[in-house]
Design a protein around this ligand. Structure first.
Ligand SMILES: Nc1ncnc2c1ncn2[C@@H]1O[C@H](COP(=O)(O)OP(=O)(O)OP(=O)(O)O)[C@@H](O)[C@H]1O
Length: 246
């Protein structure tokens, strides 16, 4: 479970002045649920996720992740969260299997547990073909699958995905979306950020629309459809954030 309350992050930038990247955001994501954070470029998605994963400290507000508060017990939070960031890096000289195992050991996993888990992740993410190849020769899709596997090797209760299908082909994206659904069916709390309307329609149980750092609307797809009188997510999104100035 994640409970964010009045979560706020303000950056001070020499040129731009004060930037309200995340502005009093409150939401709750439950186990067995995919919470979709939908927003355009610069809306505040990544900053929100980084606050939840304790990579940034909030300027104000709080977030409780699997029972632990992000500023009071960040180490505890980190053991409970798997965060797939857009920039999750791999070591080129390691194979995918070595890479995943390395992060598993960092998380205190035994060799037996690791073997079983790598097998499971390779099955679910369709990785067997390249599991023993070096990461520096990987396609974007192979890299992304390896990043997901290494991020989630310790099977955390809370899984945070920052635009995980960005730049991937249809087949690879589908494998990842199926994997995210499997996480939900295993009772994980999943937060999934995207700017792709069709992804939230297909995947997310609750959708939060974020714009200029503020959570402007939230609900199930059905609730948003009836509230805004539109069936298409793109139309709902435009109604919520306002049409762009031309
Ligand atoms: N370290 C930082 N210093 C200053 N400003 C920042 C910093 N990180 C993010 N911002 C600003 O905060 C705002 C929100 O950025 P954020 O990356 O959270 O958005 P996003 O929704 O993830 O967008 P994108 O899809 O483009 O990654 C933007 O205006 C961004 O320029």
């Amino acid at each position: 479970m994640i409970e964010a309350q009045d979560l706020t992050k303000t950056f001070r930038d020499k040129k731009r002045g004060e930037i309200h990247a995340v502005d009093a955001v409150s939401f709750r994501a439950q186990p067995g649920q995919i919470y979709g954070l939908l927003g355009a470029n610069g809306a505040g998605k990544t900053t929100t996720l980084r606050l939840l994963a304790t990579l940034l400290k909030p300027t104000r507000g709080s977030a409780v992740v699997d029972g632990y508060e992000v500023t009071r017990e960040p180490e505890k939070v980190r053991t409970r969260v798997g965060f797939l960031a857009a920039s999750t890096a791999l070591y080129g000289r390691l194979t995918a299997r070595e890479m995943i195992a390395y992060f598993g050991r960092l998380n205190g996993m035994s060799d037996a547990a690791l073997q079983a888990r790598i097998q499971q992740l390779a099955d679910e993410l369709d990785m067997h073909e390249f599991l023993d190849r070096r990461c520096d020769k990987f396609s974007t899709g192979m890299k992304q699958k390896t990043s997901i596997a290494r991020t989630l090797v310790h099977d955390p209760a809370v899984m945070i995905f920052d635009e995980p299908t960005l730049g991937l082909d249809v087949m690879t994206a589908r494998t990842i979306v199926r994997f995210v659904r499997d996480c939900r069916s295993r009772g994980k709390t999943v937060v999934y950020s995207t700017h792709v309307m069709s992804e939230v329609e297909k995947l997310c149980d609750v959708i939060g629309i974020i714009h200029n750092g503020r959570l402007l609307a939230e609900g199930t797809l059905e609730q948003l459809r009836s509230r805004y009188g539109e069936t298409d997510m793109e139309e709902i999104f435009i109604k919520v954030v306002g049409a762009p100035h031309s």
